[in-house]
Design a protein around this ligand. Structure first.
Ligand SMILES: *Cc1c(COP(=O)(O)O)cnc(C)c1O
Length: 340
């Protein structure tokens, strides 16, 4: 039997630049962004800052570096930072928040729903620290959408309450908004509505928006000045970065198109449920399925021509711009016939 070309639902990071993006990259006006800035980079950063509701933004090669820069600037060594259990900064950044940024991580339980700690929990930690030997808690790191919880959207009022609880306790707030665009589209609000009360935010251009490389980290002018130094220290400055920023500018035109990915995720979840799977209805473009044996199911899916990944003891499918409606039906057909 000839093997079917696999349909790749491992992540929205597998998206490839299309012709319009490639053309924009080839035609980009460039400078030397490390020496004295690159004009296309500046255009991207200005536009991203406007979208995110911050004074300025800085392009960074990855979301991981964007988070690290923010955490390194917010934390003193040994400071405690709070983050919802299963956050990317806790589980998928190799402990760099601790060993490079110097933070003592405190995972917060999801008492308000998947991926969502309540504001009271933040208040409880913020209030501690009066004894000389107690940890100082200085930062709350939120994640919207929450990847490990299945692309879950934190509603704006809840987000604002968390940020307010942190600020009342003297904490700063960083938002890992790798998929903030998905959250905004799902809620029908501008991305800036999700950064209210936040000091800094990281947002990915390379996931559902389809740029080959890049994220932005955004905040105040003072923060961006320091962030640029930190990016240099980490080796993240790029010279003729306009080539990459041009891709980012095209990516930012595609925020509204994420709605199609969300529709496809909903259809996938419905179809899997009809096939007898235990699936959580998705908020955005991530579908989590509970299966008895994750490794076995992944192997069977791969044989059937469908790629997924393990995520926190479950199976994760991610829809994205390179997988259309018809592909989702084909995924369901392949899984269905593989189950016979
Ligand atoms: C993907 C992701 C990141 C990191 O982005 P990279 O560009 O892969 O380094 C950070 N946070 C969350 C929630 C993510 O999903």
């Amino acid at each position: 039997m000839t093997k079917l070309a696999p349909i790749d639902l491992r992540s929205d990071t597998v998206t490839r630049p299309d012709e319009r993006m490639a053309t924009a990259m080839a035609a980009a006006e460039v400078g030397d962004d490390v020496l004295d800035r690159d004009p296309t980079m500046r255009e991207l950063e200005t536009r991203a800052a406007r979208l995110l509701g911050t004074a300025d933004a800085l392009w960074v090669p990855s979301g991981t570096m964007g988070n690290l820069i923010a955490l390194a600037l917010h934390l003193q060594r040994g400071d405690r930072f709070l983050a919802p259990r299963g956050s990317h900064v806790l589980t998928h950044e190799l402990g760099s928040a601790a060993w490079l940024a110097g933070g003592m991580p405190e995972p917060l339980s999801w008492d308000a729903g998947p991926g969502r700690p309540p504001a009271d929990t933040v208040r409880n930690y913020a209030g501690a620290g009066s004894r000389f030997d107690a940890l100082r808690t200085t930062l709350l790191c939120l994640e919207n959408t929450h990847n490990g919880a299945g692309g879950v959207v934190v509603p704006p009022h809840e987000h604002a309450q968390l940020a307010a609880a942190a600020r009342d306790g003297g904490l700063r707030v960083h938002l890992d908004g790798a998929r903030i665009w998905n959250a905004a589209v799902a809620l029908g609000v501008p991305p800036a509505a999700l950064t209210v009360g936040v000091d800094t935010v990281q947002a990915c251009l390379s996931k559902g928006l389809g740029a080959p490389v890049g994220s932005v980290v955004a905040g105040s002018d003072e923060f961006i000045t320091e962030a640029r130094r930190m990016r240099k220290m980490l080796g993240g400055g790029v010279r003729q970065g306009g080539v990459l920023a041009a891709a980012g500018l095209v990516a930012l035109d595609r925020i509204d198109a994420l709605a199609a990915d969300h529709g496809n995720a909903t259809r996938l979840a419905e179809g899997l449920t009809e096939l007898g799977w235990d699936v959580t209805p998705p908020h955005t473009n991530i579908v989590l399925a509970s299966v008895p044996d994750v490794r076995l199911t992944l192997a069977r899916l791969e044989d059937a021509g469908v790629l997924a990944v393990p995520m926190e003891g479950q199976l994760r499918f991610v829809t994205h711009r390179n997988v259309g409606k018809a592909d989702i039906e084909e995924v369901l057909r392949r899984i269905g016939s593989n189950q016979q």
